[in-house]
Design a binder for this molecule. Sequence first.
Ligand code: NI
Length: 262
Amino acid sequence: MFIDSHCHLFYDDFKNDLPEVISRANSSGVKYFIVPATNHETARQAIELAEQYPSIFVSVGFHPLDLSEFSTDRLALIEKMILHPKVIAIGEIGIDYFYDRSPQEYQKEIFSLQIELAIRTDLPIIVHTRDSVHDAVEIAVRYAKSYPEWRNKGKRGVFHCFTGDKAQAKTLFDSNFLISFPGPVTFKKSTMPDLIKEIGIENIMVETDSPYLTPVPFRGKRNEPSYIPLIAQKIADTLNISIEEVGRITTANAKKLFNLPI
Ligand code: NI
């Protein structure tokens, strides 16, 4: 069994066939879905999906590429949504210097504000980084160190689509964060398998980031959660373990991180 720890099933890409997408995923062993919203409106949409599908859980927050949507009033709306029983994390939050849509200092400020929300509400975080691993790790680890009561509750967040190095991964693990890997782990030129060889499987999860980051051999098409076994198989081959073992450990990690009632 697998959990897709990061898939944006609220996007229009899934508007016409979500029931089929979910049932194809179930047939390939993917039984639960973590759906991270990107702003207050998609948070509302994601919660609606979670009310329809018992297997969907939701994370709420403002994505670094959606900060034009951010206001303190809207953050207050997000904070109210946390009371919903299917909301299990704060995210997708983080920093993106690749598109650089908002000033870097502003991105860091809003990222910090949302980590403070997670600490206040005792939830884990789902972190997006692009060309920004160094700064995002520094900020998250600083909060983990400053709030030991939050940090020591268990695993406290995931850096999704992790592109950092071994030292950064270890720094995160030491502060109770996990990392996750999507489709690009299957790409020919990916350096992710080298990193996985160095860090092992104990602190990792699998994700699709659907509809983006489609694995080989479907690269270029819409991504969907039923492709999780392709990612898990690549990790299994990389570590010379069985795909069942990858499923067992990554599922246990996701259950524990998000405190899933399953
Ligand atoms: Ni995402």
